[in-house]
Design a binder for this molecule. Structure first.
Ligand code: FES
Length: 566
């Protein structure tokens, strides 16, 4: 071994006993006990980060992916070591998976730094997993390649195609409004999620898989191949094979891919696919790990220039399997080429420009629309500012009711999530369709963990009267599969003394799409009086939730821990 070269393979990151040769002797001994020969142990080591969990049905295919990745590693002359990490599923993460994203990111970072691996394959998928893996990998600075688990196939039910969870929400709203009976709901429920994999609309999981592919962290095509397809398994095998090259060369490291250009390209694609608003928080956190700032105003500017061209639910009508058959992310990138920096590198060493040149020329215009024939006239995601959100708030215009995007109305305030669930269906709730529903103390500190509660349900009495949408404002997030005129991520949040804490029932709130303003029409002297009387809520008493509430940053900075950025 050269004197200047950092130790590789088993010799790297030896446990510290004060005698490195003994540490290696011991390590090799334990692996011999597992049946490894010296020849096997001298190969480049690829760590396979296994997010399989019985509590994570979205990752139900992860064991098969581990098998395929490991096969690819062995075929390329390396040796795979699979290891577990925190695995987060949206429906199995009380109180919200966002609270645990940073825990998973820390787990990933620390294990990548602790284990003797030369490169890592990151199996991600369900919403928070790819963000957490990229955050951890960027901080660990270990060569890493992502393989998403892939999306479910679409469901088919009585003449329609169903997609989780856009149709989960639509069906539930219909049930609440009395338009769908319990028996009909049950039948549809059985067909909503027909295979393993992540949600098959452009929700947060597919948004983050698309972001990972756009920023060069996956092989081309890996964001969209269905979870249960043989193509997904072949991609996994190829990913394992490529990881051996990375293990041998030590490149690229995540920080080499995560450049300003890559981040800007991600913003372009986020707008063009009308991606999940959660993607903004995650991209900000991933960027922060590399010391880069995620500029909300740039995202807003890009939105005005780049139309929504991916015809996918919830903004459009199709599913991730359709995007894949239409040409996938490379075909989408080719269509967006004039808006992208094509010199940005990918994990194979190819530039984005080279990827789209070699990609099959076929593109289905019905799914990946031409720029002059967009799915949504106007921008997908906009950034609002004003005295209600000095550090920004987000609205997904593509999923909103256009007539409500410029609106003034009286506030109806819910002080927290418990207050919301206690009163939203009260027949005596003093609410009209013109009210602005405000939910506060649901941000990163206030909830804590900024749950996906921003799409407040339409109060039952209005839903039953046929009201489908209202203006809703909060410091919470919203699922990427949801829709409505919903203003999210208001920063700073109420629990940090942000202006949402000062709103009272009946105050007029004005939102203006054209000027991107969001204002509370109460004079400054009155607001100062209310501010003086405000008291911060108590923080969780102990443990990880306490650490989280004390050190989490606000939504515009990615809700990472302040001591993990840079
Ligand atoms: Fe896992 Fe939707 S719940 S991707």
């Amino acid at each position: 071994m050269s004197q200047n070269r950092p130790p590789r393979g088993l010799r790297s990151r030896l446990s510290r006993y004060g005698d490195e040769e003994f540490a290696l002797f011991l390590r090799r001994g334990f692996l011999k006990s597992a049946g490894f020969t010296d020849e096997a142990l001298d190969r480049p080591i690829v760590g396979v980060l296994n997010t399989s969990s019985d509590f994570n049905p979205c990752h139900g295919t992860a064991p098969r992916l581990v098998e395929a990745i490991s096969r690819g590693v062995r075929m390329a002359g390396g040796i795979p070591f699979a290891f577990p990490t925190v695995s987060l599923h949206e429906a199995f993460s009380y109180p919200t998976s966002m609270l645990l994203r940073n825990l998973m990111a820390m787990d990933v970072e620390e294990m990548l730094k602790a284990l003797p691996l030369d490169a890592a394959v990151l199996i991600g998928g369900c919403d928070k997993t790819i963000p957490a893996e990229l955050m951890g990998a960027v901080s660990a600075d270990v060569p890493a390649i992502v393989i998403p688990v892939g999306a479910m196939l679409a469901g088919r039910h009585e003449g329609t195609r169903l997609g989780a969870c856009t149709d989960c929400r639509r069906l539930w709203a219909g049930f609440r409004a009395g338009e769908i009976g319990a028996a009909d709901l049950d039948r549809a429920h059985d067909r909503l999620m027909p295979t393993q994999g992540t949600c098959m609309v452009m929700g947060t999981a597919s948004t983050m898989a698309s972001m990972a592919e756009t920023m060069g962290f996956t092989l081309a095509g890996a964001a969209t191949a269905p979870a249960v397809s043989s193509e997904r398994m072949r991609l996994a095998e190829a990913t394992g094979g490529h990881a051996v090259k990375m293990a041998t060369t030590g490149a690229p490291r995540p920080g080499e891919l995560l450049t300003k250009s890559a981040l800007r390209n991600a913003m372009v694609v986020l707008q063009a696919i009308s991606g999940s608003t959660n993607g903004i928080v995650h991209l900000a956190a991933i960027a922060g790990r590399a010391g880069l700032k995620f500029d909300l105003d740039e995202l807003d500017r890009i939105g005005r220039e780049v139309p929504v061209i991916a015809d996918l639910k919830p903004a459009g009508g199709n599913f991730i399997e359709d995007l894949h058959a239409a040409g996938g992310i490379p075909a989408l990138l080719r269509r967006l080429r004039d808006h992208l920096d094509l010199a940005a590198k990918t994990v194979t060493g190819e530039t984005l420009g080279q990827v789209i040149e070699r990609w099959a020329p076929y593109t289905d215009d019905r799914i990946i629309r031409r720029l002059d024939d967009p799915v949504v006239a106007g921008e997908a995601i906009a950034v609002l500012r004003g005295n209600l959100a000095p550090d920004g708030a987000i609205i997904k215009l593509a999923a909103a009711t256009p007539a409500l995007c410029t609106h003034q109305g009286p506030a109806l305030v819910f002080d927290n999530l418990d207050d919301l669930s206690a009163r939203i269906d009260d027949p005596a709730l003093p609410v009209t369709p013109g009210h602005v529903l405000v939910l506060r103390n649901a941000g990163p500190v206030g909830a804590p963990g900024m749950p996906e509660a921003g799409a407040l349900p339409i109060p039952k009495k209005l839903a039953q009267a046929g009201v489908k949408d209202m203006v809703r404002i909060s410091d919470a997030r919203m699922s990427g599969t949801a829709f409505g005129t919903v203003v999210l991520h208001a920063a700073p949040e109420a629990a940090k003394g942000g202006p949402l804490a000062l709103v009272r029932d009946g105050d007029q709130i004005r939102m203006d799409r054209a000027s991107r303003r969001l204002d509370l029409l109460v004079d400054e002297a009155e607001l100062a009086r209310r501010r003086a009387a405000w008291k911060p809520p108590a923080l969780p008493a102990r443990g990880y939730a306490r650490l989280y509430a004390e050190r989490v940053t606000q939504a515009d900075q990615g809700c990472d821990f302040d001591f993990l950025s840079g």
